[in-house]
Design a protein around this ligand. Structure first.
Ligand code: SF4
Length: 261
């Protein structure tokens, strides 16, 4: 079984043993420092969600398709449709950078964190700048966009990849792309076939927040006290309500058992 490696201030920190920190845990910190602390210091994680297997299948197929054009050294037709002057980037380490447990890595020395994240794809423009690309799959009747509050996580994700690449001494464009596959609900029958509308959404990233956030994470991890939780969190309000109800229920139970004897 997968063993969690937790941050231990006696073992980890500057000048001590390096601590691995994935980009998804940075995202957890941004959502709620308390939940992050529970997870990385105390070993209590939020329950895992179900695997999004259909989304993974779309990712997998898109990777295969873009890889064909990578080998040909040509832009994918969708890139031409959107007039993107770039082509899929060919690099010997691309498969490592795409792998969940390795990803692209950098040791952030001020906190001694090994920061890593697995990218979907990279394109390269005519000036040799790398463009971070993330594949997304959804199914909605309206046009896909990046306007929902929760999609800030997508933007953070892209900016962390841009940060990682720049720390690895690559020239990185602030423009990244989301390749969106939108499963159509309009066909009259299924016929064991999902059809998709494909769209590319550009995004201007700014990763200037990453260093500062890593230092904040370090400050919280070396501390022996729980940081505040996120406001308006459904999980926490569920936890608190459940505890309150259980305690008052238990009191009633105890009272009734005392009356009986
Ligand atoms: S506020 Fe939500 S995210 Fe934060 S500790 Fe509570 S359950 Fe976790």
């Amino acid at each position: 079984m997968y063993k969690k490696i937790l941050f231990d201030p006696k073992v980890n920190g500057p000048g001590k043993k390096v601590f691995k920190l994935s980009r998804s845990k940075i995202d957890l910190f941004l959502k709620c420092p308390r939940c992050f602390y529970l997870d990385r210091r105390l070993g209590v994680s939020q329950p895992a969600s179900y695997p999004f297997t259909l989304n993974s299948a779309v990712d997998h197929l898109l990777k295969k398709e873009f890889d064909i054009y990578r080998q040909l050294g040509r832009p994918h037709p969708l890139m031409e449709k959107y007039n993107i002057k770039a082509k899929p980037f060919l690099h010997k380490d691309l498969e490592t950078w795409r792998h969940n447990f390795t990803g692209i890595q950098f040791i952030f020395e001020p906190a001694n964190f090994l920061v890593y994240g697995a990218i979907d794809d990279l394109w390269v423009d005519d000036n040799g700048n790398l463009l971070v690309v993330d594949y997304k799959a959804t199914s909605k009747d309206s046009e896909v966009n990046l306007d929902a509050d929760w999609q800030v996580a997508y933007k953070n994700q892209m900016e962390i990849y841009q940060w990682l690449l720049s720390k690895n001494k690559f020239k990185v464009s602030s423009t990244g792309y989301f390749v969106y596959a939108n499963g159509l609900r309009s066909p009259s029958t299924f016929d064991a076939c999902l059809k998709f509308d494909m769209q590319i959404i550009p995004y201007q990233g700014d990763y200037s927040w990453v260093d500062k956030t890593l230092l904040e994470i370090n400050k919280i991890l070396i501390n022996d006290s729980l940081p505040d939780g996120a406001k308006d969190c459904e999980y926490c309000s569920y936890r608190h309500q459940a505890i309150e109800k259980e305690q008052s229920f238990k009191k009633e139970e105890d009272k009734n058992s005392v009356t009986l004897f």
